[in-house]
Ligand binder design. Structure first.
Ligand code: NAD
Ligand code: DAU
Length: 353
């Protein structure tokens, strides 16, 4: 019997590429990667599976109704894993328009195309629309407590508001049109192929380049970190076993202050690639805080653990060592990014750094 086909949006991005690599290596599905290739999309992250006959790439904007409909009809997928998004909070503060367009209008367009396609299926029992979302939709925690599936939405940034809006649209298409959906809300990811605008890859690259390691405010904001391959496993599990209409919170109980994260990276680099003089810690610099900076995120992943059997393989200590080593071993990947559009954008928007 021929393999079933899955659509993955945003498969050239950080998490999407991990999902595509896992799916292709497991060899259970044909995968069609739908990606517009914005500044964050990088086909080099898919080099190891690009020639696999089970993999196809479609350079298409998720807002493009004609092409998204064509892709559904042409490939006849059993589901879609929707990861394409504008994902960086700082960018959403500088320019929210793209976030509204891709994260809200793009998701609406995908839902409509999925609904039209779903209605044509004779066997409707297998199709699933999995929407990949974030813990940021829940807002900001104080010193204690955890987010879970029952936490009320309270997004604060243009990014998190756009993701919350898309989550609500996805739920509406389930309740109103019976489109079979599942939502995942995950904590901060880190690992290989992470675009070097986000804290962890930015700090690794700046450290190696002898630049400042910018810490917003006092560095006491807390994030709950998950190794990207563990998130990718959770997404695939949500597709295969998730109950329709449900959401699943994903996180590995790895809370760290930003200062702890940066210090950990510096200590690992001091060991793996010592400087001629001093420590990477000397490059830490405190800079102006992010506007509306959420204080703490922390997730209770009990539901996906007990109901779907998800377990992370990495904890922060093991995952961060692997990640730093990966960046040391993959400087070419980083350099290609740094010479591209990212660099232009940085010059226009981050000249102060
Ligand atoms: P990313 O920025 O690395 O990748 C996003 C991908 O989407 C890129 O390949 C980009 O080219 C593509 N894309 C953007 N706009 C598009 C459009 N209009 N049409 C088609 N493709 C488009 O993002 P990421 O960090 O991999 O995040 C993936 C998803 O996971 C996002 O939905 C994000 O909200 C969610 N998420 C991220 C994290 C995290 O820590 N990074 C945590 C939880 C949830
Ligand atoms: O929580 C999940 C979210 O995690 C995802 O939904 C987002 O797509 C993803 O980008 C991430 O958002 P954050 O804003 O938490 O990630 P970022 O790496 O930008 O920042 C992590 C923390 O580090 C945050 O508290 C801000 C701080 N920071 C960030 C940068 C880029 C700094 O102190 N200095 C920096 O230079």
């Amino acid at each position: 019997m021929s393999k079933k086909t899955l659509l993955v949006t945003g498969g050239a991005g950080f998490i999407g590429s991990a999902v595509v690599r896992q799916l292709i290596k497991a060899s259970d599905y044909n995968v069609v990667n739908i990606d517009k290739l914005t500044y964050a999309g990088n086909l080099e992250s898919l080099k190891e599976i690009a020639d696999n006959p089970s993999y196809k790439f479609e350079q298409v904007d998720i807002c493009d109704k004609e092409n998204i409909s064509r892709i559904f009809n042409e490939y006849q997928p059993v589901g879609i894993l929707h990861l394409a998004a504008e994902s960086h909070v700082d960018r959403s503060i500088v320019g929210p328009g793209e976030f509204i367009q891709t994260n809200i209008i793009g998701t609406y367009n995908l839902l409509e195309c999925a609904r039209e396609y779903f209605n044509t299926l004779t066997d409707k029992s297998q199709f699933k629309f999995v929407h990949i979302s974030t813990d940021e939709v829940f807002g900001s925690l104080g010193d204690t407590g955890y987010f879970s599936e029952t936490t009320s939405y309270d997004p604060r940034s243009p990014y998190s508001s756009s993701k919350a809006s898309s989550d609500l649209l996805v739920r509406a298409w389930y309740h109103t049109y019976n489109l079979p959906i599942v939502i995942t809300n995950c904590t901060n990811n880190y690992g290989p192929y992470h675009f070097p605008e986000k804290l962890i890859p930015l700090v690794i690259n700046n450290a190696l380049a002898g630049k400042n390691l910018p810490i917003y405010g006092k560095g006491d904001n807390i994030r709950d970190w998950l190794y990207v391959e563990d998130h990718a496993k959770g997404i695939i599990l949500a597709f295969e076993k998730g109950v329709l209409g449900e959401s699943y919170c994903i996180g590995g109980h790895n809370e760290r202050t930003n200062l702890e994260v940066v210090q950990t990276i510096c200590r690992i680099l001091d060991e793996l690639q010592p400087k001629a003089v001093g420590s990477y810690l000397d490059q830490i610099t405190y800079v102006t805080d992010r506007a509306g900076h959420d204080f703490r995120y922390a997730m209770d992943p009990t539901k996906i653990q007990t109901e779907l059997g998800w377990q992370p393989e990495e904890n922060f200590d093991t995952g961060i060592k692997k990640t730093v080593q990966w960046y040391l071993d993959n400087q070419e990947w980083v350099q290609h990014i740094m010479s591209g559009e990212y660099q232009n954008w940085i010059q226009q928007n981050y000249t102060a750094r």
